[in-house]
Design a protein around this ligand. Structure first.
Ligand code: PLP
Length: 449
């Protein structure tokens, strides 16, 4: 099963899931891969071969509507030909050179700068999100001379020590402590599970004051940074109200700490605009990006003011470098990705189809008591599953597994595996495919109920 395929044929499942070729290749792969693959990968045991637009194909020829964009990376669709071409052409010229400027890097910086405000025009590049988070934490220490970092419950920043230190209460941290000193955690602005038991219509975003309280009670007056996702992604698609983010801006202005927006998941059009901060009207001191910026080629970066990047130890020659940072292949993929996004059509499609999907998901929620909440913006949507709507008890992994299997049998792929089912298709998905996926979810929810 090879050669191009029409993504609009998805969902189309012809075999058992997993099919015979997936079973065979999965076993060969599993003989050598550590046993710690993500739950969804282990549950579904699909071997994926290729992708186009919003569809991926497995080795048995089954076509799946991709409701995840991989790890929220394929924002402009799978294997966009212009990006694949740009990487191949660049690879034929130069595969790697350490930290020297290249034409690809200069072009990438200009294309990226065109999407950002004047305060975020200086960049330092890396390869993975966690690496950019670590660099931002070093940068905040370097610039402020302080060391404390305030972050939020349910935040997700990556699997390195500094990033994990900033994650409040994720089971993924268990067993890896002790973590970095100076990590302060405040309750998040989760309106479905309000830390103050208030409702959004009457709360006045009172939860923002809890961040002040954590600082007042736990800080030694050495706050270097407030690190926050404008919409928490992996932690359950929790959009923070603009007033909450404005309050954090004010907290940073009062204390001299840097406001760092981790937009590794929310950037590149995921929530509607190019960057989620545009919706809030709050401009951070430091912006982190990664994931979809090069359509699958590893890339991440921090953006800030030159003065911030140049001050203190972070400004020393060589202080920001790492082997694969600012690689010309990543830059070439980034230039092509940003080029495809530049006219705004892909972003507009994400907003339009995302709105249609959100309405369809809300309609479906009324028919399924297992759905506690539906929320999100753009193509960052979520359905939170509960065993009891009043107590809001999350469903267990067995239920999530049955749901993901029921979806895969219907030709829809979801890669996350928590009780909050994250729905993050490529922004290029057609309305027909999106609604076919929602219909499959409707049937799958009925099956697991
Ligand atoms: C908001 C956010 N920050 C950081 C990361 C870490 O990125 P990576 O897995 O590329 O290290 C992620 C990954 O999901 C993320 O969602």
């Amino acid at each position: 099963m090879s050669g191009p395929f029409d993504p609009e044929l998805a969902p189309l499942v012809r075999t058992a899931v997993p099919g015979p070729r997936s079973e065979e290749l999965w076993a060969r792969d599993a003989a050598h891969h550590a046993s710690n693959s993500s739950p969804a990968a282990q549950w579904l045991r699909l071997v994926l071969q290729d992708g186009q637009g919003a569809a991926v194909r497995d080795v048995d020829g089954n076509l799946f509507v991709d409701f995840s964009s991989g790890a929220v990376v394929a924002n402009i669709g799978h294997a966009p030909p212009a990006v694949a071409r740009a990487v191949a052409e660049e690879a034929g010229r130069l595969m790697h050179y350490f930290d020297f400027a290249t034409p690809a890097r200069a072009a990438f910086f200009e294309a990226l700068a065109a999407t950002l405000p004047p305060a975020l025009q200086t960049f330092q590049m890396y390869s993975t999100g966690a690496e950019a988070v670590e660099a931002a934490l070093r940068l905040a220490k370097s610039y402020t001379g302080n060391y404390e970092v305030l972050s939020f419950h349910q935040a997700w920043h990556g699997r390195t020590l500094g990033a994990m230190s900033a994650m409040g209460g994720f089971p993924m941290k268990t067993g890896y402590g002790p973590f970095a000193p100076g990590a302060l955690h405040a309750p998040n602005a989760n309106c479905y599970r309000c830390p103050l038991d208030l409702t959004p219509d009457r709360c006045g975003v009172a939860c923002a004051g809890l961040a002040d309280r954590v600082v007042a009670q736990s800080s030694e007056g050495r706050l270097a940074a407030v690190l926050v996702e404008p919409v928490q992604g992996v932690g359950g698609v929790v959009p923070f109200p603009p007033a909450f983010l404005a309050h954090l801006r004010d907290l940073c202005d009062r204390t001299g700490a840097l406001l760092i927006f981790d937009e590794i998941l929310t950037g590149v059009g995921r929530t509607g605009p190019m960057w989620a901060f545009e919706t809030s009207g709050v401009v951070p001191d430091v912006l982190l990006a990664g994931k979809g910026l090069a359509s699958g080629y590893p890339i991440s970066l921090i953006a800030s003011r030159r003065e911030v990047l140049d001050t203190g130890p972070f400004g020393r020659p060589g202080a920001g470098a790492s082997t694969f940072a600012s690689g010309n292949l990543a830059c070439a993929a980034g230039v092509a990705t940003l080029g495809l996004l530049a006219d705004g059509d892909i972003l507009a499609n994400g907003r339009r189809v995302g709105t249609v999907m959100l309405a369809a998901l809300r309609e479906l929620a009324g028919r399924h008591p297992i759905v506690g909440d539906v929320r999100g913006a753009g193509m960052l949507l979520a359905v939170e599953l509960v065993a009891d709507r009043v107590a809001k008890t999350p469903v267990g992994p067995a239920t999530v597994r049955r749901l993901l299997e029921a979806l895969a049998r219907r030709g829809v792929l979801v890669a996350g595996a928590g009780p909050v089912v994250r729905i993050t298709p490529p922004l290029v998905i057609s309305e027909r495919m999106a609604l076919a996926g929602v219909q499959a979810l409707d049937q799958a929810l009925a099956e697991v109920a």
